[in-house]
Design a binder for this molecule. Structure first.
Ligand code: MLC
Ligand code: AMP
Length: 511
């Protein structure tokens, strides 16, 4: 049997059952049969514009129903889907398109003029447009196509998607995810989170990252369930949706913002059976307050672009705040010494390493980077530091990688520092994450000016605007005369984090 992810995911859905439901219940809602027909049209369109199996299909599109179905269509056609954060600037896209060499690039209509030259430079053969409401040239190109399509046969190791993740050093790397990688995770999550065809998920995450694209969509499909498809997170909209759905997946910022919404009550959440959090640490305080307010213990899980989901708190049993639960049934997790790779003793803190059918196939065209991140026995080195307690719960205690996670989005300091250091007047910079009540961590730049320079925060902000996606831009810039350094001359970021820890001090909150 073909291992095509779409073929396997779509097998569960009753043709008459709802798949995507939009809040206003318009024509953009699709049953499983409707989804099958629309993705067939889109897949036929991909073939018509020259997309062959194995070709990359890149998309930087606002969240919309057709944008999601384009992902499924690409998988059906045996192509490799490459979603791109809508916040990326043309300068950032230049790299992704050049590296991935997609056959087709799909962007929003408003961005076409700016991105057409970027796509041309990267040798992209076809450029189409797609807006959140379905407008754009994709719609016209798909309209005449047949609503029947024979899913392209794939083996489990063939690629279904490439997602770029930044690195501590160097440029972003494309994580290659196979049909089996994505299928194994979806099938496991469906089981352990007890998804059935009766479920309706509130989908308010973006669809350019693992969480909204794979964890949410694939798990729903594997169960033949439905999703209430919201354009973005909005606390009041989520609470309203709780009357019409029973599962929510979100990043921790969703939960802290929901707690600020007075309409969130036990009564409002009565129809819900599950709240899942991941992509960044959920504070024990938010976990506690959410339980007090709604009666629900948020289920925290842990994952990565390269691995999909790795661990989860139990559906039945204690969901322990501050832990990410147990390794998934088919996934092996171990703790090892960061430097030597020696397996750590029970309870010790070390590097979290993972092996299983969920672990990616390597970085696109970067075999040496791939080799650096795997141990000889096939375990992937996550860069997260943790320990496993005597009940088997995994605790994440820190990161060995220099990474800031802001509102569930990853920012690699090295990338921001490179942009800062290139500015006239900046002698050197250090980018750190500091605690932030809303975003978990906020990006802060610490800058030492060149002698005589008067460069200020506003000038730095203006200079970075076109260079870096908005979420990577520092929320504050602080100037220092000297950087704290260790004996090796390396900037001590820990000292900077301590010094600036109170910049966005959390406001006092009541339960
Ligand atoms: C938006 N902004 C952010 C930001 N999101 N800045 C820093 N960090 C973020 N995450 C910017 C906006 O551009 C805006 O800039 C300003 O901050 C205020 O925006 P906002 O209106 O408050 O933001 P909002 O649109 O509400 O978005 C916040 C959010 C969103 C948390 C809802 O970022 C979000 O949906 N995050 C989820 C990301 C995600 O899916 N992560 C999963 C990765 S997968 P201006 O111009 O107004 O100053 C992964 C693996 C795994 O990690 O385990 O799941
Ligand atoms: P990404 O590269 O966007 O996939 O981000 C993956 C990283 O997010 C992981 O390596 C962790 O550092 C972090 N992460 C994901 N889920 C959690 C969680 N529940 N708790 C703490 N960190 C998390």
């Amino acid at each position: 049997m073909s291992a095509n992810l779409f073929t396997r995911l779509a097998a569960a859905g009753d043709p008459a059952a709802p798949f995507i439901v939009t809040p206003d219940g318009t024509t953009l809602s699709y049953s499983y049969a409707g989804m099958r027909a629309r993705t067939a049209q889109l897949a036929n369109m991909l073939v018509a514009v020259g997309v062959a199996p194995g070709d990359r299909v890149a998309a930087q599109t606002e969240k919309g129903v057709d944008a999601l179905l384009l992902y499924l269509a690409a998988v059906r056609a045996g192509a490799v889907f490459l979603p791109l954060n809508t916040a990326y600037t043309p300068a950032e896209l230049d790299y992704f398109l050049g590296d991935a060499e997609p056959r087709l690039f799909v962007c929003g209509r408003a961005a076409e003029a700016a991105l057409a030259p970027v796509a041309r430079k990267a040798g992209v053969a076809a450029l189409l447009t797609l807006d959140a409401d379905g407008g754009g040239t994709v719609a016209g190109a798909a309209a005449a196509q047949s609503p029947e399509f024979a899913d392209v046969l794939r083996s489990g190791d063939d690629l279904a998607a490439i997602l770029y993740t930044s690195g501590t050093t160097g440029r972003s790397k494309g994580a290659m995810l196979s049909h089996d990688n994505l299928w194994s995770n979806a099938a496991t999550l469906k089981d352990i989170w007890h998804f059935t065809a009766a479920d309706r998920l509130i989908h308010a995450l973006p669809i350019y990252h693992v969480h909204g694209l794979f964890v949410a969509t694939n798990t729903v499909m594997a169960a033949g369930a439905a999703m209430l498809f919201l354009p973005r997170f909005d606390a009041r909209g989520i609470v309203a949706a709780m009357g019409d759905a029973n599962v929510l997946m979100g990043v921790p910022t969703f939960y802290s913002r929901l707690l600020d919404e007075p309409a969130l009550t036990e009564e409002a959440a009565r129809g819900m059976r599950l709240f899942v959090s991941g992509s960044a640490p959920l504070s024990a305080e938010v976990h506690r307050r959410f339980r007090v307010r709604t009666g629900h213990a948020v289920l925290e899980r842990y994952g990565m672009t390269e691995t999909g989901m790795i661990t989860s708190n139990p559906y039945d049993g204690d969901r322990i705040a501050g832990t990410v639960g147990f390794p998934l049934p088919d996934v092996s997790v171990r703790i090892a010494d960061q430097a030597t790779g020696a397996i750590s003793a029970q309870g010790e803190v070390g590097m979290i390493e993972v092996k299983g059918p969920n672990v990616f196939k390597g970085y696109w065209r970067k075999p040496e980077k791939t080799a650096e991140e795997f141990r000889a026995d096939g375990y992937f080195v996550t860069g997260d530091l943790g320990r496993i307690d005597d009940r088997g719960y995994v605790h994440i205690v820190g990161r060995a990688k220099d990474l800031v996670i802001s509102g569930g989005l990853n920012v690699y300091p090295a990338e921001v520092e490179d942009a800062l250091d290139a500015l006239p007047g900046v002698a050197e910079s250090a980018v750190i994450g500091v605690p932030h009540a809303d975003l978990g961590e906020a990006v802060v730049a610490v800058v030492r000016r060149e002698g005589g320079s008067a460069i200020d925060e506003a000038a730095i902000g203006a200079a970075l605007r076109d260079r870096l996606a908005r979420f990577k831009q520092p929320k504050a810039v602080r100037f220092v005369d000297e950087m704290p350094r260790n004996a090796m001359g390396k900037i001590q970021k820990k000292a900077l984090r301590e010094r600036f820890a109170g910049l966005f001090a959390a406001a006092e909150v009541a339960s």
